[in-house]
Ligand binder design. Structure first.
Ligand SMILES: Cc1ncc(COP(=O)(O)O)c(C=O)c1O
Length: 389
């Protein structure tokens, strides 16, 4: 049978990281050695006390459905976390727990975007923003992030993109894929516009704990913003819990109720035992998380130094997350060609900057969620292949 797909499927993008992983695994199965520098997840195990909490919950029978918006003790723990980290105390009914932070993006866009509504989003940025804006019928308005501004945006350019049709502004700090962070000044410019023109904001802060320089500023904490901000965060990056599928959003109650309804219609709830483990993640101790961030910092310094020693590559020092986003324009090949050569000729999996939007052309994303030995091996292999090209 020839399946006739819905037109909306033509508008759905993807996250190339998963595709490159598939190609790399296929090469590995053929016996080729692969260095994985494309993956967006910590290579550390989930801290022991969180695993214990998950196992205890499973043994205690926490294997059934839970409330769609999350179990109350976890929502309360998130209230405490938001208050301690952002200085604003949300109500528990404003918190929705989801299987990963990603669904919050989808549900929010489904809940508020009508055909033709404009959404400003960072570019290069997490690819799901653009994909999902298009999927739900919105108009994706790219806000360029500029290398010369440490991958921040130009405030005048930002203002010039705002129109009467702007329904939502998406911001992410610390940022994927560039490792940049937005300053208080940047975020105040966004908050000013959001307040003046009554626009909703999505603040993606999943990397807030992985920061090496500067402070993490939350849009949610700026004056007048809690009533117009959806704060998105999760457990994947901070606690090395990508496979537990745990994220959350804080948003005005009328939105939280709609997001809960979308949860009921799709996932029913987030895995119950994962939620019990999440409470312990928030309670701490945090020493394993702190040690992980310190290790990332050492690797960051190592990879930036190594990349800058390669002819044709220049890399500014990222301030957060675990990605380096070097400029490769001088090599004289497109980012996609380099992604291909690095994988098939060098056995090094990285991502073309264009996987994160059109303004990623001329850049590559390296994840340093891998050991210094493997990073060194990857850089050596790349250098060898570049000499031959
Ligand atoms: C910027 C950003 N936001 C959100 C997510 C989603 O993470 P998860 O769904 O695992 O919580 C990611 C994952 O790569 C990300 O990079």
């Amino acid at each position: 049978m020839k399946i006739k797909l819905a037109n909306r499927m033509d508008r759905l993008g993807t996250e190339t990281a998963f595709e490159v992983m598939g190609k790399a695994k296929a090469l590995e199965a053929q016996g080729k050695e692969i260095v994985y520098l494309q993956i967006g997840e910590p290579d550390f195990p989930t801290p022991g006390h969180i695993i214990e909490a998950g196992v205890t919950a499973l043994r205690a029978g926490e294997t059934h459905y839970a409330p769609a918006a999350g179990i109350m003790p976890l929502r309360q723990a998130i209230v405490e976390e938001v208050e301690s980290r952002r200085g604003v105390r949300p109500k528990p009914e404003e918190v929705v727990v989801t299987p990963g932070a990603k669904p919050i993006m989808y549900y929010l866009l489904m809940a508020v975007i009508q055909s033709g509504d404009e959404v400003i989003y960072p570019n290069p940025g997490f690819p799901i923003y653009e994909s999902m804006i298009n999927f739900v019928g919105g108009k994706a308005v790219a806000l360029p992030l500029l290398e010369e501004k440490d991958f921040r945006f130009d405030a005048d350019e930002f203002r010039s993109l705002v129109t009467d049709r702007t329904k939502l502004i998406i911001m992410n700090t610390p940022m994927n894929p560039t490792g940049g962070i937005l300053t208080r000044e940047d975020l105040e410019a966004v908050a000013d516009v959001a307040r003046e023109r009554d626009i909703l904001v999505l603040s993606d802060e999943v990397y807030k704990n992985i920061i090496y320089e500067g402070e993490h500023v939350s849009l949610y904490a700026l004056p007048g913003m809690p009533e117009r901000t959806v704060l998105l965060d999760g457990f994947s990056k901070t606690y090395a819990m990508t496979g537990w599928r745990l994220g959350w959003g804080v948003m005005p109650v009328e939105l939280a109720q709609r997001v809960e309804k979308l949860m009921i219609n799709s996932n029913s709830c987030t895995a119950t035992f994962s939620q019990h483990a999440a409470i312990q993640a928030l309670k701490g101790p945090n020493d394993e998380v702190d040690a992980m961030v310190e290790t990332f910092r050492e690797r960051r310094d190592f990879i930036v130094d190594g990349l800058n020693k390669i002819d044709g590559i220049s890399c500014i020092t990222p301030k957060g997350a675990f990605y380096a986003f070097p400029n490769v324009k001088e090599i004289g090949m497109s980012s996609q060609e380099l992604e291909h050569h690095f994988l098939y000729d060098a056995g090094v999996a990285i991502l073309s900057g264009t996987a994160f939007g059109k303004y990623g052309a001329g850049y590559l994303r390296f994840s340093y969620a891998n050991s210094v030995e493997n990073i060194a091996l990857g850089l050596e292999k790349i250098q060898t292949v570049l000499k031959k090209l």
